[in-house]
Design a protein around this ligand. Structure first.
Ligand code: ZN
Length: 256
């Protein structure tokens, strides 16, 4: 009797807690999981019929780490995809221009990378628009967008459609990358994810703030060496997914 009452009491307390936990994980799955397609197409990998991997870098440009990556990728004749933060582009436009001129693909990764700006339709729309405008200052009109934290709200689809942008997901190289553990640890995480068709997410910056990303740069060297030895090629995300990287048409309000 006593036990069942205790169980009942625990259930009364536990029920809401479990329900809240379930709602939180459902919310995560819906809005932040790299794999959820509930809010519309959100490709996180390619077809997988070829030994190709797409290396992607979020949160830059961030000197000197982004140029170090560009130097290394250039030595290996590898093209990658950089989802860049608009305010960082305005700080270091020469890095973005260099990447683009060397053939890397630049995507929109928002303007501020401030969490609260991605939670309401109005602030989200403004952030996407300003991200496109920042990239336009270096002559780019991306067709691809990666949401910061891969966060999606239902308004994202319509906002992106207005800008002719398509969302791109991927798989994080290592959950602790943000803390910059040793390069081997980051590399092992990325290599564990890598298989034909993988789109791997690294960070050459931290939000829009810059910061030391030396471990990531070193990890990318390890990953490239290892995957190359295994016979992998590296492609940009647009090639992996069969999507355009940039928009051909002129902005609506620009002179013809
Ligand atoms: Zn980011």
């Amino acid at each position: 009797m006593r036990i069942s009452r205790a169980v009942l009491a625990a259930t009364r307390i536990g029920g809401p807690v479990l329900a809240a936990g379930a709602a939180a994980s459902a919310g995560y799955w819906l809005c932040m999981s790299p794999y959820s397609q509930v809010l519309g197409a959100f490709p996180y990998r390619g077809r997988g019929d070829e030994k190709v991997v797409a290396l992607t870098f979020d949160d830059g440009p961030n000197g000197p780490f982004t140029p170090e990556l560009a130097d290394f990728l250039g030595e290996r004749s590898i093209l990658a995809t950089f989802f860049q933060v608009g305010r960082a582009v305005l700080r270091q436009p020469e890095i973005t221009a260099r990447l683009a001129s060397e053939g890397h693909v630049i995507g929109n990764h928002g303007f501020t990378h401030e969490f609260t700006n991605y939670l309401t339709p109005r602030t989200l729309a403004e952030d996407v628009r300003k991200g496109q405008s920042a990239l336009a200052t270096v002559g780019l009109r991306p067709a691809l967008y990666r949401p910061p934290w891969l966060l999606r709200i239902p308004a994202l689809g319509p906002v992106l459609a207005r800008h002719n942008l398509r969302p791109v997901s991927g798989e994080f190289c290592h959950p602790l990358e943000v803390f910059q553990p040793g390069p081997e640890m980051i590399a092992e995480g990325a290599l564990a994810k890598a298989r034909p068709g993988s789109i791997i997410i690294f960070h050459d910056g931290f939000d829009g703030h810059g910061g030391n990303r030396g471990s990531t740069v070193a990890a990318v060297r390890i990953v490239v060496d290892r995957l190359s030895a295994e016979g992998y090629r590296f492609v940009t995300v647009d090639e992996m997914l069969g999507l355009p990287a940039y928009q051909a048409s002129q902005p609506e309000h620009s002179p013809a």
